[in-house]
Structures are given as structure tokens and as C-alpha cells.
Ligand binder design. Structure first.
Ligand code: ADP
Ligand code: MG
Length: 261
């Protein structure tokens, strides 16, 4: 399944994050290579969303390193009082680094007052400085791939949840990211709508899109992932191939997987 030339796209080393003194990420290290599909599973509150938010620069880390394609987004510095802090790259560098990844949220996060087409072309035109013609061409291609060609002029409220989520995947793909993050992309959806979104992610996996997927869909994770990470209380408790995770001796992992299957 895994088709990787070994190029490391993302490195997170010893990442730490606290909220109000609570360690939400406690020394998390994670490396993702080109073409890999990595699923992150674990109970609610274990820090999965915080990990994705730190990786996508929506949240600042307290410690550790974040590196995309060899470009350091954040690194650890100890100040003269011995306090560890994260130092972030310059605004211009972070702007470049942000082009490496896309993020698909649980609740779609589409702009409600924009049509589907405008939702997709807005960032390529304004952030990426792509010409409007090029942005529209890209969007039309993506909408066709995702079975949404007839929805270009619709507004989000006119779409089902599954269609909205497919639009938000198209929006992320329009920026041509090297890594796509998904934070529980189907947990707001009914089972039949879940299926249509999982189908799109499966399709991306077959095209060797590099993806990090937080999900509670155990069978899907088993089928699509090269690697599964089990997180609990801010630490990676276990990490391995789907087969290794699904046959683990670790009681906590077994209990968690068993509950959700
Ligand atoms: P998960 O996605 O695994 O359910 P989260 O990363 O959302 O977990 O949350 C992990 C912990 O961090 C939870 O206890 C949550 O309440 C806390 N947390 C997350 N974001 C914030 C925040 N912005 N402020 C305070 N606490 C937060
Ligand atoms: Mg979450």
C-alpha cells in the first residue's frame, strides 16, 4: 500500500502544549513521509485536535519542533531564565510553509455567504495569487472529480452535509497542498453521508495523497492507513501498522478499538 520515496514532509519533535497548566500534548513526536496515510485515533480529549491545530499553525506550541520539508516552522529555545519556549519562523517563511498543507475540519467551515465556486477559488486567488481563470479551471476539475459539478453556484446551506464536506475537501485541494489533514471529517455526518466522504478520502489515498486523518471510523482507518497512532492524555501510547494496532496486546488500545468497531 505504502508508496513512498522516503521524503519526509512533516516532522514534529517533542511537541508540548498546555492550556492553563494542563499538559494537553506531552512530548509528541511524529514523522510523515510522502505518500503516507497516517490515522490518529484515541478518546475524546486526548489532544488529537490540538495536535492538528499545532501542526497547521492554528495553535502555538509551548515546546518542540515543527518542520515541513526541511523548513523549520518552529523550534525550541531556552531563554536566559532556563524557560523553554517555541520560536516561530518569520511571517514570510510561515506564509510559504502554510502552502505545504491543507486542513479539513469536522464542521466543514465553508463561508456561508459564498457560493461553492467562490469558496474554492477565494484562497487560490487571494492567498496564492493564482489567476482567476486558472483558479476556476482548477475548481471545475476538482468539482468534477468529487461529483459536484452541478453545485458550483449553490450556497452551502443548499447542500447536504456530505456535499459540504466534499466542497471543503475541494477547497483544501485547490491550494495543491503536499499534506492534507482531516479532523474527524465525518463525525458530523449521518452514516450514508459519511460513506460518500470516506469514498473521496479513499480515492485520494489511492492517488498517494499524503494524509493525516483523525477519525473514529475504525474500519476505514484500518483499510486506508499505512500507520495508525493511538493517543491518550497527550501522549502517543501506540503506533504501528493497522495490523499491529488491531492485534495489539495493549489493553487500552484493544478496549478503545473494540468499543468503536
Ligand atoms: P481531542 O481532539 O482528542 O478530543 P482536544 O485536542 O480537542 O482533544 O482537547 C484536548 C484537551 O485540551 C481537552 O481537555 C480540551 O478541553 C483542552 N483544550 C483544547 N483546546 C483548548 C483551549 N483552546 N483552551 C483550553 N483548553 C483546551
Ligand atoms: Mg477533536
Amino acid at each position: 500500500m505504502e508508496q513512498t520515496d522516503g521524503e519526509i514532509l512533516l516532522e514534529m519533535n517533542h511537541v508540548k502544549k498546555s492550556f492553563d497548566g494542563n499538559g494537553v500534548l506531552r512530548d509528541i513526536s511524529l514523522t510523515v513521509k510522502k505518500g503516507e496515510v497516517v490515522s490518529i485515533i484515541g478518546p475524546s480529549g486526548s489532544g488529537k485536535s490540538t495536535l492538528l491545530r499545532c501542526a497547521t499553525l492554528l495553535e502555538k506550541m509551548d515546546g518542540g519542533e515543527l518542520i515541513y520539508l526541511g523548513q523549520t516552522a518552529a523550534s525550541e529555545k531556552t531563554d536566559k531564565n532556563g524557560r523553554v519556549q517555541c520560536e516561530y519562523a518569520s511571517k514570510a517563511e510561515l506564509h510559504n510553509i502554510r502552502k505545504c498543507f491543507g486542513l479539513v475540519f469536522q464542521n466543514f467551515n465553508l463561508f456561508p455567504h459564498y457560493t461553492v465556486m467562490k469558496n474554492i477559488i477565494d484562497a487560490p486567488i487571494h492567498v496564492d495569487k493564482v489567476s482567476r481563470t486558472e483558479a476556476v479551471a482548477r475548481a471545475e476539475k476538482l468539482l468534477a472529480q468529487l461529483g459536484l459539478s452541478d453545485k458550483a453556484d449553490a450556497y452551502p446551506y443548499q447542500l447536504s452535509g456530505g456535499q459540504q464536506q466534499r466542497v471543503s475537501i475541494a477547497r483544501a485541494l485547490a491550494l495543491q497542498p503536499k499534506i492534507l489533514f482531516f479532523d474527524e471529517p465525518t463525525s458530523a455526518l449521518d452514516p450514508e453521508l459519511t460513506a460518500e466522504v470516506l469514498k473521496v478520502i479513499r480515492q485520494l489515498a489511492s492517488e498517494h495523497m499524503t494524509m493525516i486523518i483523525v477519525t473514529h471510523e475504525m474500519q476505514f482507518a484500518r483499510e486506508v492507513s499505512d500507520r495508525i497512532i493511538f493517543m491518550e492524555q497527550g501522549v502517543i501510547v501506540e503506533e504501528g501498522s493497522p495490523e499491529a494496532l488491531f492485534t495489539t496486546e495493549n489493553v487500552r488500545v484493544r478496549e478503545f478499538i473494540g468499543k468503536l468497531q
